[in-house]
Structures are given as structure tokens and as C-alpha cells.
Write a new protein. Structure first.
Length: 115
């Protein structure tokens, strides 16, 4: 099993930056892909960015060039650096880890971007 705890959310003005962290514990050596998802009020949860154990990354189009996902395998932490934030980025951000056919989720951290 894997446990995930997110941190780093908060309130920021448009154009600002935040860095989210997700600390994994448990069977972390078995984690394949880690990712960040977000869910805005009234919308479905969507993938923001993902990173494989080999450091291959993927981003949803709306955050390309603004967000960067990175992973510290030694510390079992995945980061999401978010720059040039805009109000449309307001959402609860969730960390996710894939271990074989199992998917684990954190409880989420709120990001609010004011205009």
C-alpha cells in the first residue's frame, strides 16, 4: 500500500506561483507513475501532469509551459511547480500514484487563484 500526503496549496494572486509537494510512504519502491490531478467546483477531475519512474513527463495542454512536475525518488516526493497562475487554475489538487493495477490518491490540497 501507498499513502500520499499533499501540501503547498493556498491563495495566490493571478500571475503568481505555488509549489505543491506530495510525500509518499509505504511501498514506494513499487510506484510506477505519479501524477497531479485537479478538480474544480462542478467539473470532473482532470489530469494536470504525470511523471514516470524514468522521469518521462506529460502535461495537459492548458498548463504546458507554466507547470513543471518533478520527482525525487530518494525522498519519494513529487513536486508540481506552478507559475503564471490564473483563476482557471483554481481547484483542489490531488496527488496520485500507480502501483501495478492499483491507484492511490491523496486527500488533496486547495489552490485558489484570485484575479
Amino acid at each position: 500500500q501507498v499513502q500520499l500526503v499533499e501540501s503547498g496549496g493556498g491563495l495566490v494572486q493571478a500571475g503568481g506561483s505555488l509549489r505543491l509537494s506530495c510525500a509518499a510512504s509505504g511501498s514506494t519502491s513499487s510506484i510506477n507513475v505519479m501524477g497531479w490531478y485537479r478538480q474544480a467546483p462542478g467539473k470532473q477531475r482532470e489530469l494536470v501532469a504525470s511523471i514516470s519512474s524514468g522521469a518521462s513527463t506529460e502535461y495537459t495542454d492548458s498548463v504546458k509551459g507554466r507547470f513543471t512536475i518533478s520527482r525525487d525518488n530518494a525522498k519519494s516526493i513529487v513536486y508540481l511547480q506552478m507559475n503564471s497562475l490564473n483563476p482557471e487554475d483554481t481547484a483542489v489538487y490531488y496527488c496520485n500514484a500507480v502501483v501495478g493495477r492499483f491507484v492511490y490518491w491523496g486527500r488533496g490540497t486547495q489552490v485558489t487563484v484570485s484575479s
